[in-house]
Design a protein around this ligand. Structure first.
Ligand code: OAD
Length: 281
């Protein structure tokens, strides 16, 4: 069911009076860019249980026992991201940032997504509280280099090719080297580097997370879009903003907790919301 005009108008009225807006986004905002969410039917965690593929301990065990499964998981995780382009939802948020700026306001996106699509759509203040697939860090967390989407696509192609033919493990390791570095012959489980993506059990990046909390506690409006709100501490953000006086607008196909909930897909709903708020100003 699509959000009614009346609910879009109520949300637009909240937004039209706001100068400090925080957007808290999750996997649903990228669904229309072709990237599966984690917990919807057929999502990534249904195919690859997170305790095996999204914890450091689980991943090391999988790498030892089933390296091909890890390569397949990485292929399935990366392939849609390597092909993805921003969708109307990402673009509407960029338009909202520009509108707020023109009025002397500010929009900050706090995203749980690791796909860099908000930045590609033009959003200039994006806090990646679960890290990024594109930012490569060493084992102390220090930045090493930034991958391009084309480089990610080459990793995906290399993994797909390594699935076929001889020397699969060696070819998979080579394909993954831009992400993980080549394994050391005597210490194959020590990664030379890795994407900055946060695994379960790991701390959120300190600077991004404290800035996200500071922004949420000063926001007039927080828009929570495309998130199941089940992964903490990130999911605290809407509660934190509301406790500090912000009004919360929720966007997504399953009704959740918010002052105004806009039912539907992020692309359509965000476009309507931003158009309406702009017309009210
Ligand atoms: P989930 O997969 O938990 O939730 C996705 C949400 O998006 C659900 O509420 C869906 O109803 C909604 N949704 C689906 N399609 C949508 C659409 N077209 N428009 C709007 N909403 C849509 O994803 P997240 O909440 O982002 O963490 O998950 C949070 C974290 O869990 C991720 O960052 C990841 C994962 O484990 C780590 O990897 C650390």
């Amino acid at each position: 069911m699509a959000a009614s005009d009346a609910s879009v108008r109520s949300a637009a009225e909240l937004l039209a009076g706001a100068r400090r807006v925080v957007v808290f986004s999750g996997a649903g905002v990228s669904a229309e860019s072709g990237i599966d969410t984690f917990r919807d039917a057929g999502g990534l965690w249904e195919r690859y249980p997170p305790d095996e593929f999204a914890t450091a301990v689980g991943l090391v065990r999988q790498l030892v026992e089933h390296p091909e499964r890890v390569a397949r998981f990485l292929h399935d995780l990366l392939a849609p991201v390597a092909r993805a382009r921003p969708n109307p939802g990402h673009l509407a948020l960029d338009a909202l940032e520009q509108r707020l700026r023109a009025l002397g306001g500010r929009l900050v996106v706090v995203t749980q997504n690791v796909d860099r699509l908000h930045q590609e759509a033009g959003s200039s203040e994006v806090l990646e509280v679960h890290g990024s697939l594109f930012e490569i860090v060493d084992d102390s967390g220090a930045h090493q280099h930034t991958l391009t989407r084309a480089e990610l696509a080459r990793v995906v192609d290399g993994l797909a090719r390594a699935e076929r033919g001889l020397f699969r493990r060696t070819r998979m390791a080579r394909a993954l080297s831009p992400l993980l570095g080549l394994p050391h012959p005597r210490r194959p489980l020590v990664l030379a580097h890795r994407p900055s993506v946060v695994l379960f059990g790991e701390a959120l990046p300190e600077r991004a997370w404290s800035e996200a909390k500071a922004q949420a506690s000063r926001a007039d409006v927080l828009i929570a879009v495309g998130t199941s709100g089940t992964v903490y501490p990130a999911a605290e953000l809407p509660e934190l903003a509301a406790a500090a006086g912000a009004r919360v607008i929720g966007v997504g196909p399953e009704v959740g907790d918010a002052d105004v909930w806009l039912n539907g897909a992020a692309g359509d709903v965000l476009r309507r919301l931003v158009e309406r708020a702009t017309a009210l100003a």
